[in-house]
Design a binder for this molecule. Structure first.
Ligand SMILES: Nc1ncnc2c1ncn2[C@@H]1O[C@H](COP(=O)(O)OP(=O)(O)OP(=O)(O)O)[C@@H](O)[C@H]1O
Length: 679
């Protein structure tokens, strides 16, 4: 049973509307002569069409239920960072750091149903403010940001959609796959898999991505869909979950004006459905500007306007700034002012102009505008855009669930694991079985097979060398492959974890499980070739044991690579550290030096290659094996000095040490990830 308060919220919610139907309506409102951009039958039944809504009743009510109108208030939001002192005397105290103000007290309010645009020149602080409003700003900011009067919470995290300026997407997945996996991970378990997939398809239609739905997303190195299409995929990922609060950073940059208009119209449609939508935008056309309900204009981090978009020109006129040309795009005019350019401004009122002394330079214009904003802040904020929605009953102050339910996930651990595993396998099959990698392993295996061609125990030194080579090669190779894993995945992990998409543990286990087949097939092929070519003991049992030990070694070495990558999160640093570590393992492994001085002999116990080598030798030779130790004399292989030094009687300990490392490195990697990523 739904609690009465919640029922009331849902029943009093504005009629859900189809995004694109709303899009077309708002487009028609904004530009009469403009034909609708989308096909009119692109309908998401959960958002509008009552006919289809009846047919998809269950899914629709579940999605609509998730909408919680959010009133976002931000007051005097300020943010500074430390920067290196670059004044004339920096060399005297190069370490000295100065505070640089990025945001200087920005105030505003956005209500459900409203679309707010942040305008300002490049570097004026739009992204920083947007990130702060999305609850993702690292470090502390001053002032306050509240959501229905409450601070940001884990619950709100899952109700917030955040589209970053740079699209973070998997390049090898198609558009349909990308959105389907997002739907499977982010939509509630109450929906069936088919319903989730259907929802992804609807979003594809709504965003006009049908034509490229089966094309790969691509990136700078891999040709895929266009930049604009990629941006729409990012927006689609957030639209899918029907967020109550949607924030977008430059969703229209790089798009043609028709597509940009279509995106903004979609955002306006989403807002009209009871959501709170905030976007930064660089240079909107006047057609786009008309679709905004509110604007915040920033100049060097300080606001010069925050309020009703339709009243901005009137306000600036009232403080003495009127455009020379009445047909000017309001956004261009506001950007000129934010840049301190007032040359195209008419002198409109002598009296008002008295307040601003001679402002022929940019900074005094900016200062005047900032001061005027502060003086008029109260009036600006109380001029609401309510008239646009007076027919909509949007509840303004819904309390979000208390802390207990913050950690509720939309899907179960097992569901997350399955989807992440499937997605990971699909994305990485290209890299793991890339021709280059296969060539690398095959060429090394054939070459070493030829070099050790049918070696036999009479050349014991060579044969032991082959076993040591196994342990070192399959220590290096997986280690260096695994190092890249988490530094490369970091942007995606940050994005998805910030929106509370899945648990870190489900991601981590899915990643490890997904890597298993890929990491184990190549060494198996390698051993199968080199073992038989190299003339090692021709017994299936010995072969299987050798293979088993090498695969074990691969997993341990991979774990070390994962841990180094997760701790340092920097590929360059991690590879440097890994090469030093492997060099130590190589030297202390027990093959090159048999008489390591006591004070440093412990080093070998840190080396998984040492344990692997010992186990390989132990599997290969028994008491019954002999080699020619000179002048026709036969000696026991186990008495061959390099083998004798190894101390083969402690095999149990060697296995135990490897198991310890296998678990330990992976645990370390997990803890490092947990520490270094948003909760
Ligand atoms: N962590 C940081 N380190 C250094 N500088 C920073 C940092 N964060 C923000 N800045 C600086 O703060 C200013 C505002 O940055 P922000 O990205 O918010 O601007 P913006 O208005 O979104 O710019 P654009 O439109 O070009 O994206 C810029 O000058 C930027 O260099």
């Amino acid at each position: 049973m739904m609690p009465p308060a919640e029922q009331e919220i849902i029943s009093s919610r504005p009629q859900p509307n189809n995004v694109f139907a709303a899009t077309n309506r708002s487009e028609n409102m904004a530009v009469h002569a403009q034909p609708p951009v989308s096909a009119s039958n692109n309908v998401n039944p959960c958002l509008d069409d009552p006919q289809q809504m009846r047919e998809t009743q269950g899914r629709c009510s579940i999605l609509r239920e998730s909408l919680r109108p959010v009133t976002l208030k931000f007051e005097e939001v300020g943010y500074s960072i430390k920067v290196v002192n670059t004044d004339g005397n920096w060399w005297k105290s190069p370490e000295a750091k100065l505070d640089r103000v990025i945001l200087g007290g920005v105030t505003g309010v956005v209500r459900p149903g409203e679309l707010l645009a942040m305008l300002g020149p490049s570097g004026s602080g739009k992204t920083t403010l947007l990130t702060a409003l999305a609850g993702r700003l690292p470090g502390k900011f001053s002032g306050s940001i509240t959501y229905n009067g409450q601070p940001f919470s884990g619950y709100l995290k899952r109700k917030t959609g955040f589209v970053t300026q740079d699209d973070v997407l998997y390049p090898h997945l198609t558009v349909l796959e990308t959105l389907t996996y997002t739907a499977l991970l982010r939509l509630p378990s109450k929906l069936t898999k088919e319903e989730k997939i259907e929802q992804a398809e609807l979003v594809i239609m709504e965003l006009g991505l049908t034509r490229c739905s089966n094309s790969i997303v691509g990136n700078a190195l891999l040709r895929g869909i266009s930049g604009g299409e990629r941006k729409r995929v990012s927006i689609g990922q957030e639209m899918l979950v029907n967020p109550s609060l949607l924030l977008l950073d430059e969703p229209t940059s790089g798009l043609d004006s028709t597509t940009a208009q279509r995106i903004v119209a979609t955002l306006r449609g989403l807002a009209r459905g009871g959501r709170t939508v905030i976007t930064t935008i660089h240079q909107p056309s006047s057609r786009l500007y008309k679709m905004f309900d509110k604007v915040v204009v920033l100049s060097d981090g300080c606001p010069i306007y925050s309020g009703n978009a339709g009243r901005a020109m009137e306000y600036f006129g009232s403080i003495g700034f009127k455009p020379g040309d009445d047909l000017i795009n309001p956004a261009d005019f506001l950007l000129d002012l934010a840049n301190g350019v007032a040359s195209d401004v008419k002198q409109c009122n002598q009296q008002e102009n008295q307040g601003r002394a001679e402002q022929d330079d940019k900074s005094s214009t900016k200062q005047y505008l900032i001061a005027s904003y502060k003086k008029n802040l109260h009036d600006l904020l109380t001029t609401e855009t309510k008239e646009n929605y007076k027919d909509q009953k949007i509840p303004m102050q819904i309390k979000f669930p208390s802390r207990g339910s913050e950690e509720q996930w939309t899907t179960t651990w097992w569901e997350q694991f399955k989807v992440l595993l499937q997605r990971g396998l699909k994305e990485r099959k290209h890299e793991s079985y890339s021709g280059l990698r296969i060539f690398q392993v095959m060429s090394v295996s054939i070459l070493s097979g030829l070099l050790w061609w049918h070696s036999n125990p009479s050349h014991i030194q060579d044969q032991v060398g082959l076993l040591f080579f196994f342990s070192i090669f399959w220590g290096f190779f997986p280690l260096f492959n695994a190092i890249f894993t988490f530094p490369q995945e970091r942007p995606m992990l940050i994005k998805e974890r910030s929106s509370g998409m899945y648990r870190l543990s489900s991601y981590y286990f899915a990643r490890i499980a997904g890597d298993l087949p890929m990491e184990l097939v190549l060494p198996t092929i390698f051993v199968a070739i080199t073992y038989w070519m190299g003339g090692l003991k021709p017994s299936p049992l010995n072969f299987i044991l050798t293979l088993f030990i090498i695969l074990f070694n691969v997993l341990v070495s991979q774990g070390l690579g994962l841990a180094l990558g997760a701790i340092l999160m920097d590929v360059k640093q991690a590879t440097t550290l890994a090469s030093v570590t492997m060099l130590v393992f190589l030297l202390a492994g027990g093959y090159y030096i048999q008489h390591i001085p006591r004070f440093i002999a412990w080093l070998k116990y840190t080396s998984f290659s040492h344990y692997c080598y010992k186990l390989l030798v132990g599997v290969q030779y028994t008491d019954k094996d002999f080699y020619e130790c000179g002048f026709g004399k036969q000696c026991k292989v186990l008495e061959f000095p390099p083998i004798e030094q190894l101390g083969l009687s402690y095999k149990g300990w060697d296995v135990f040490a490897l198991i310890l490392m296998l678990v330990g490195y992976r645990l370390l990697a997990y803890l490092a990830l947990k520490n270094g990523l948003p909760r």
